[in-house]
Design a protein around this ligand. Structure first.
Ligand code: 6GU
Length: 246
């Protein structure tokens, strides 16, 4: 996976993604990352990249020319038309399935806007996907781009140590993860659930499944409609609903 981020704040991208698991993945070359400074492509002698909106209104609009030229130089370099993701609150809300789809690409381009947005005409020319990270407004697309890069990268082979860990976890089945415990067996008077110390793997799996169901029911009941539930799960949930609704 090769990431290319078109931004006015390249340092923000490189600094934040240079650490932790993503930083390690960059060192191992499981992924690569470049932040392209849109300002370097402006033809304006004062290096200006924005101007006031036609029709009036607040704020500034990023102009088409520097964005287009930065993109075109990149397209020429990689030799094909990549997927270009524009981060905007007006996009489709990002979810795990999208992360899986994007993880299959060779190259991904993230276009980060600022101010009141980017001139519509260049978006029409280059953007393939409009993506939001939720229903709230941020000051720019850099943090959302990094959120996507993090979520996508952990699905790229070689990024996580344990190939299993990207598979069995929250959302793989539209169920939330069960709770985890480690040493000591007792902390602040609270004991680790005894089944986890029993060594009985079938019982442990059954207990974890129930905990996932309880958690999803309590915290994200909307997910249960999409979850693949066995008759046993259904029965457990029916009992749960009866015991909490009465
Ligand atoms: Cl992708 N961009 C901005 N500016 N704000 C957002 C967003 C994106 N997603 C949620 N809020």
């Amino acid at each position: 996976m090769r990431y290319h981020v078109l931004t006015l704040f390249p340092d923000m991208i490189m600094q934040a993604l240079g650490t932790s698991i993503i930083g390690k993945a960059l060192e191992k070359e499981s992924i690569s990352l470049e932040a392209i400074d849109i300002r370097e492509y402006t033809k304006n002698k004062h290096k200006k990249v924005d101007d006031t909106p036609y029709g009036g209104g607040a704020g500034m609009v990023m102009q088409a020319q520097p964005v287009y030229d930065a993109y075109k130089a990149l397209e020429e370099k990689i030799g094909h038309r990549p997927r270009v993701i524009y981060l905007t609150p007006q996009g489709s809300v990002f979810h795990q399935k999208m992360a899986q789809e994007f993880a299959a690409e060779e190259d991904l381009v993230f276009l980060c806007g600022h101010y009141e947005g980017i001139d519509e005409r260049v978006l029409e020319e280059i953007v393939t996907d409009y993506v939001s990270i939720g229903d709230y407004v941020l000051t720019g697309g850099e943090l959302p781009a990094m959120v996507l890069i993090d979520a996508i990268s952990r699905l790229v082979p070689g990024v996580l140590n344990n190939e299993e860990s990207a598979q069995f976890e929250s959302f793989h089945d539209n169920l939330l993860e069960y709770p985890q415990y480690s040493r000591p067996e007792e902390w602040m008077g609270k004991k680790v659930p005894s089944v986890l110390l029993s060594g009985h793997h079938a019982n442990i799996d059954a207990w974890r499944r129930e905990q996932s169901l309880i958690r999803t029911y309590e915290r994200r009941p909307d997910l249960l409609e999409k979850a693949a539930l066995t008759p046993k799960d259904q029965k457990f949930l029916d009992n749960l609903r009866n015991s909490t609704c009465k």
